[in-house]
Design a protein around this ligand. Structure first.
Ligand code: SF4
Length: 423
């Protein structure tokens, strides 16, 4: 399997980038359904895929068997794959059945997969056709969660890019926070933006499909996640303007992120400082309790979630860790410019993966902790290298001042556990 980088903006960093195009170990974009279905509470995700795809999301989101499910797989059988059945007719039949049984579904995503892409099933046309049939009761959109040439956070990016097209156009002078955040974090952010003095803050995606925020030329948006390249393009195509900022990880990251919004709204510096001071002080205190476990320790990031450069910046700048290699599946240098500028000069920045070569570099470097996918964690642990699962960082609330200590804890805990086992 080879890895091709998506179209990114012109290079902005002068540091060398190690680019690899070999075998890689990442989850596919279907995985993002696990957190997206919790976020958009009246949406349903219908994967158009194989039994493998069904197994992946069922096991990734196994808890859902106890709840009213909001995702399913339209399984493509041999007949569909061989072209013996009309896949569009089958899909229309399944969607009609589903919507008759579940009138609560306001937004239906048809999620493409490797098999649907291989047989070139046009889900965009299918979504238009089905939306025409079922709108206004249900809107039907599509995006790809395929694992061909992609990593799992691109599932969210593709979903939000599709959703941007469905948002109402309006000249609301709003601040748009972009990226799926846990509700508890969203509530904290909404309160803090109000304290800072920004009159209208919207979140994208919204918790309900019928509450999509307006997006237009007066919208200024702040990314909460660094992996939203296509979403950024979709928002800019609607005239919205991106506010440049690092990402809100840790006390410094969160301060700079909120400050970027405050500057865009011309909030006086004193007012901004007064609003964030208690939050920032609390985050700093929370980080201090992890410093002893983390300061001076080395860390190696395998490419997985696309959060890697931002987390490496946080861990080195705010906790004194030493990133040896910061691997990321794709590097959007424009969205990450503020983070890259603050990475230590001596760490290797790598894009893409050739997993065997990278494992060799990791073994040679003997990091105190490696951040990697599930498939690499057990073998590395068996070799004596402490690991942290990258996907846990996407599932956990880690953004903002109030989560700074928890984020540090995700790295200090495995190190403390390893130290305790050695005693
Ligand atoms: S989308 Fe592709 S990579 Fe993902 S589970 Fe289905 S077949 Fe596997």
């Amino acid at each position: 399997m080879s890895l091709a980088a998506p179209d990114t903006s012109p290079a902005e960093t002068t540091r060398p980038i190690l680019r690899e195009r070999g075998q890689r170990e990442v989850f596919c974009g279907l995985t993002s359904i696990v957190w997206l279905h919790r976020k958009i509470q009246d949406a349903f995700f219908l994967v158009v895929g194989s039994r493998t795809c069904a197994h992946l999301i069922q096991s990734a989101a196994g808890v859902m068997v106890f709840a009213e499910p909001r995702f399913a797989t339209a399984i493509m059988e041999e007949r569909d794959l061989a072209g013996l059945a009309d896949a569009n007719d089958e899909l229309d039949r399944i969607v009609t059945q589903l919507l008759a049984r579940r009138p609560d579904i306001k937004l239906l995503f048809l999620v493409g997969s490797c098999p649907s892409e291989v047989i070139k099933l046009d889900l965009h046309k299918a979504a238009e056709r089905l939306s025409a049939a079922h709108f206004p009761r249900t809107r039907v959109l599509n995006y790809s969660g395929s694992g061909i040439e992609t990593t799992f956070t691109q599932g969210e990016d593709a979903c939000l890019a599709a959703l941007a097209a469905a948002a109402p156009r309006d000249d609301a002078n709003n601040l748009l926070i972009v990226g799926a955040l846990p509700d508890v974090v969203e509530d904290q952010f909404a309160r803090l933006f109000a304290e800072i003095g920004i009159a209208r803050t919207d979140f994208f995606p919204a918790r309900r499909a019928d509450a999509l925020p307006p997006i237009g030329p007066s919208t200024r948006f702040l990314l909460a996640q660094p992996f939203l390249t296509d979403t950024t393009r979709a928002l800019e195509a609607r005239g919205a303007k991106r506010i440049r900022a690092p990402f809100p990880f840790g006390a410094e990251g969160a301060t700079a992120w909120f400050q970027a919004a405050a500057d865009a709204w011309s909030i006086p510096e004193m007012e901004f400082r007064r609003a964030i001071a208690p939050h920032r002080a609390r985050a700093k205190r929370a980080l201090e309790s992890h410093r002893q476990a983390l300061e001076g320790r080395s860390i190696f990031f395998f490419p997985d979630s696309q959060l890697e450069p931002s987390l490496a910046r946080f861990l080195s700048q705010e906790l004194g860790m030493r990133p040896i290699e910061v691997g990321t599946p794709y590097l959007n240098q424009t969205l990450l410019a503020e983070e890259l500028a603050q990475l230590p000069a001596d760490c290797v920045l790598s894009e893409g993966q050739d997993v065997e070569l990278q494992l060799d570099r990791c073994r040679a470097a003997k990091p105190d902790i490696a951040v990697c996918g599930l498939g690499l964690a057990n073998p590395l642990e068996a070799e004596g290298i402490t690991t942290k699962w990258a996907i846990e960082l996407v599932f956990s609330p880690i953004h903002g001042f109030d989560q700074a200590g928890d984020l540090a804890g995700l790295f200090s805990r495995p190190l403390r556990r390893r130290a305790a086992l050695k005693v």
